[in-house]
Each structure stands twice: as structure tokens, then as C-alpha cells.
Design a protein. Structure first.
Ligand code: ATP
Length: 136
């Protein structure tokens, strides 16, 4: 562990998707993307749909997240995410199907569907597609 490293855990309802020391961490907050350096004062921040980027042993890793919370302590960050998939584990076809499903529901409208929910599903799927495509 280098001097400036931070211990990071990313936990989702299906398990731990990352655990290790990182030297950079960037995540999607509601007020925009933010980075955390070692020694930061403690705080908790809500995360929205977007990309988590981290660098560990000079290797950049990217995750699609659908939101959650990050607890920042001077030497440790814990992310509790609703979902977080490493870019190379995103199923592009599944995300494309989710977009079409959401799109038809939005078109069929509020009488039949919860359109707000469909819009969120669409945002999750677009985010996954964008992150998976960057990885190709
Ligand atoms: P879908 O309608 O395809 O299930 P969703 O947006 O409703 O998409 P979520 O509720 O965000 O899915 O996630 C449910 C679980 O499925 C999570 O564990 C998430 O990591 C996983 N997941 C969802 N979509 C994908 C995908 N395209 N590739 C890989 N994992 C996915």
C-alpha cells in the first residue's frame, strides 16, 4: 500500500464488487462527479446513476453504478451501491433490451405504465451501454 492509498470497498446487494487499495477514486454525486484524496474529512454522499472510476496499482477500473451512498473516512471509502458492474461485466444486449422495453412503456404512456419508473430504467440502461461501449 503506497502512502497516499485509500482502502476502498464497493458493496452491492449481490456482494462485494471491489475491495482493495486505490490511489484515485471518482464517483457520480448529485452535484457532479467528485474525487477523493487520502486524508479527506469524513462525510457521506449520495451517488446517482453514473460511472465509478478508480486507479489501483496504476490500473484504471470503471464500474457502472445505479446509485447509492459513499462513506468517506480519511483512509477508507465504503460504497454501498444499489448496483455496480465492472465495465467488462456489463451485458450490452441486456441493457439494449432494457432500453427498448422502457422506450415502449414511455410511448404507451401513463395510463398503462409507471412512466417515471420506465425513465429511470432507461437512464440505468443508457449508462450501462455508454460504459460498456467505452470498454470495447
Ligand atoms: P434489467 O431490466 O435488465 O434487469 P435493471 O436496470 O432493472 O435492468 P437493476 O435493477 O439496476 O437492473 O439491477 C439488477 C441486477 O442486475 C443488479 O445486480 C445489476 O448489477 C444487474 N444488471 C442489470 N443490468 C445489467 C447488465 N446490462 N449487465 C450486467 N448486469 C446487469
Amino acid at each position: 500500500m503506497a502512502d497516499k492509498d485509500i482502502q476502498l470497498e464497493i458493496i452491492t446487494p449481490t456482494g462485494k464488487v471491489f475491495s482493495g487499495d486505490v490511489d484515485t477514486f471518482i464517483a457520480p454525486g448529485f452535484e457532479g462527479y467528485f474525487g477523493v484524496l487520502q486524508g479527506h474529512a469524513p462525510y457521506v454522499v449520495a451517488l446517482k446513476i453514473g460511472e465509478i472510476k478508480l486507479q489501483s496499482d496504476a490500473k484504471l477500473s470503471r464500474f457502472a453504478t445505479t446509485g447509492g451512498f459513499a462513506e468517506v473516512l480519511p483512509h477508507k471509502i465504503t460504497v454501498l451501491a444499489e448496483a455496480a458492474e465492472p465495465a467488462d461485466a456489463i451485458d450490452l444486449e441486456r441493457a439494449e433490451k432494457a432500453v427498448s422495453r422502457a422506450q415502449s412503456r414511455i410511448e404507451e404512456g401513463r395510463k398503462k405504465w409507471d412512466v417515471d419508473r420506465a425513465e429511470l430504467a432507461m437512464a440505468r440502461a443508457f449508462n450501462r451501454m455508454a460504459i460498456a461501449k467505452k470498454n470495447i
